[in-house]
Design a protein around this ligand. Structure first.
Ligand SMILES: Nc1nc2c(c(=O)[nH]1)N[C@H]1C(S)=C(S)[C@@H](COP(=O)(O)OP(=O)(O)OC[C@H]3O[C@@H](n4cnc5c(N)ncnc54)[C@H](O)[C@@H]3O)O[C@H]1N2
Ligand code: MOO
Length: 396
């Protein structure tokens, strides 16, 4: 049995980031950059107006009410531009090039036009007002995004704007998922005595999809040693990471541990001093990782968020693989006995956190409405209302 921290350390120490692959930017959301991206151009590429109004020489405006001669126009995309000289103003629009000679733009709401003259109703107008400098967002040749950055929609917009259409990201792991349990029914089958509907595979697959891993091979094995060995053998051959659900405790029909042993997978740890999820096993066969997740749905999902997801994020190149952790006051007092650290399904609401009803490991309904997990080490087993606790935010 290892502690929570030791389990996390061993996982990170035994997890390698996958090599880089070049992919179209349009497919990169959810991937992590494998190399710094250097901007091939300055952004903006030229001086731009940030307002619809008039481009002027700022020092011409000596008082509110100064009149300037209207001398041409610059609209977005225009190539041939007038030059702005002292005493003149050029009509200009948002995003349009600021003509040579102009040092500021006055928004049109602060002007009035009569007989070919523009009256400026503001004072002072400083140099650079309403003008976006060339390279103000990023200079040509500067690092736009660092290796390890998650490609988000914002990152896609940023890179597209500099005409970067392909990126070097870390490859995503191929995941194999083994579902065990003779009591499990597939979707649509009629409910029978002693049976339940299988839900862990879809739950884990949704978590993986949210982490940007769409392809998961799922196998099912009956509660039988040979069937479990064969299914795991194939999954280990064809994937980078294998997850197994159920069959990892001490019952007579729990075969996942024995099957991994028979396949020569080394155990890096078995059992974590935690509730739920105690019987978690983490092992390795060559460079393939195996997580045997306890079958209880809430145990399975806690282990997924706290251990599997960080491993997968490190494999994909994330430099911050664990759930974001914050300290928040607990709304209610909470006590527990026993020797295991606790992970509580929780909701962060209005600057505090509340633990939800239904903390048993077979209860998944509380997870369905949770947005966080509270982590309470044994040393903090008597928490008063308002006391700070460690909260891990779910990636929702
Ligand atoms: N004598 C002991 N018994 C148990 C111990 C122990 O230390 N000594 N540990 C308990 C703990 S803690 C957990 S957690 C479970 C883990 O058991 P397994 O990983 O072997 O899981 P199963 O027995 O196969 O299933 C447990 C539970 O979850 C349901 N289940 C399983 N798979 C699915 C699925 N795909 N979808 C939905 N539900 C699933 C299953 O029907 C069981 O109710 O062991 C305790 N026992
Ligand atoms: O660890 Mo089990 O998940 O307590 O029920």
């Amino acid at each position: 049995m290892v502690t929570v921290n030791e389990a996390k350390e061993r996982i990170i120490a035994n997890t390698e980031t996958l090599p880089a692959v070049q992919i179209p930017l349009g497919e990169a959301v959810g991937s992590y950059l494998a190399a710094d991206v250097v901007s091939p151009i300055a952004l903006p590429p030229f001086r731009q107006s940030s307002m619809d109004g008039y481009a002027i020489v700022h020092s011409d405006v000596t008082e509110a009410g100064t009149s300037l001669l209207l001398a041409g126009e610059s609209k977005a995309g225009q190539v041939d531009l007038p030059v702005v000289s002292a005493g003149n103003a050029v009509r200009i629009f948002t995003g349009a090039p600021v003509p040579e000679g102009a040092t500021a733009v006055v928004m049109q709401e602060n002007t009035s036009v009569t007989d070919g003259f523009v009256r400026i109703h503001e004072f002072p107008v400083w140099e650079g007002k309403n003008v976006r400098r060339a390279g103000q967002q990023i200079a040509q040749g500067a690092v736009a995004l660092r290796a390890g950055t998650l490609i988000s929609p914002g990152a896609v917009g940023f890179l597209k704007g500099m005409n970067v259409n392909e990126v070097s990201v870390h490859a995503k792991p191929r995941i194999g998922l083994l579902v065990t349990g003779d009591e499990l029914l597939k979707a649509g089958e009629a409910l029978e005595p002693g049976k339940i509907y299988e839900s862990n595979s879809a739950m884990l697959q949704s978590g993986l999809a949210q982490a940007g891993i769409a392809e998961v091979s799922i196998s099912y094995a009956s509660d039988d040693l040979d069937a479990t060995i064969e299914a795991l053998r194939v999954l280990l051959e064809q994937n980078d990471v294998v997850l197994a659900s159920g069959g990892i405790s001490v019952g007579d029909y729990d075969f996942v541990g024995k099957a991994l042993e028979a396949l020569g997978a080394g155990t890096i740890f078995y059992k974590v001093r935690q509730k739920p999820g105690k019987p978690l096993l983490f092992g390795k066969k060559g460079d393939k990782l195996v997580f045997a997740l306890p079958g209880n749905p809430a145990s399975s999902l806690v282990c997924y968020y706290e251990y599997v997801l960080p491993a997968l994020k490190k494999i994909m190149g994330s430099k911050e693989p664990f759930l974001r952790s914050v300290q928040l006051p607990l709304r209610h007092a909470y006590r527990f006995d026993g020797e295991r650290d606790e992970f509580l399904k929780a909701r962060v609401e209005g600057g505090e956190v509340v633990s939800l009803d239904g903390q048993e490991s077979f209860v998944i309904g509380s997870f369905a409405v949770a947005n966080a997990i509270i982590y309470l080490p044994v040393a903090q087993n008597r928490v008063e209302a308002g006391e700070l606790v460690e909260v891990h935010l779910l990636p929702l």
